[in-house]
Design a protein around this ligand. Structure first.
Ligand code: ROI
Length: 172
């Protein structure tokens, strides 16, 4: 299995609930095991400032699904959440971003991994560093060094990590 990291974000329609339901969906993906989730963080929007704050987290998924199959599955979960995307870099019901797929670099018209903007985004680096502090990126750089360099002023702890260690997380 390959250890993947997936960024979760929402700022519409009960964002923390959106993330919990998305984790439930990740836990049910075929040929995959949800192995962890960071705490939930609040974050000021990157993009237009006249939108609600986000809730963000990062999940770790061990999977045998190939990258594009996993991407399809993530997009399916976004659609199931009734994903609304009102404008470019604007508010959204649920975003699931494939950040890392093991230590692989992927360049495909539909998918670039590592996620091209993850190293600029404290709302990704802060929860990812919580979950996987010793991670190394495909280029050999350490997550810890990127986390240290990022400006985390717009990111704050919101609530404890959902417990994904049990078979049934639907009531969390
Ligand atoms: N801003 C924050 N804080 N969190 C997000 O998840 C997020 N997602 C996005 C854009 C609109 C770029 N801004 C964000 O897609």
């Amino acid at each position: 299995m390959i250890r993947c990291h997936i960024g979760l974000g929402s700022n519409l329609a009960d964002p923390a609930g959106q993330l919990r339901r998305a984790l439930d969906g990740l836990a049910r993906l075929p040929d995959s095991r949800l192995v962890g989730c960071s705490p939930l963080y609040g974050s000021t929007p990157v993009g237009p400032a006249d939108q609600p704050d986000f809730i963000n987290a990062v999940a770790a998924l061990d999977t045998d699904l190939p990258p594009l199959t996993l991407l399809d599955a993530l997009q399916g979960l976004e659609q199931a959440a009734g994903r609304e995307r009102l404008r470019h870099w604007g508010e959204r019901t649920l975003d699931l971003d494939l950040l890392l797929y093991g230590e692989q670099s992927i360049h495909h018209p539909r998918l670039t991994v590592p996620h091209p903007r993850m190293l600029e985004r404290a709302f990704v680096l802060v929860p990812l560093a919580d979950l996987a502090p010793t991670l190394t990126l495909p280029d050999g750089s350490t997550l810890a060094s990127h986390r240290q360099q990022c400006d985390d002023a717009g990111v704050w702890y919101h609530e404890a990590a959902p417990d994904v260690g049990h078979d049934d997380i639907s009531q969390l």
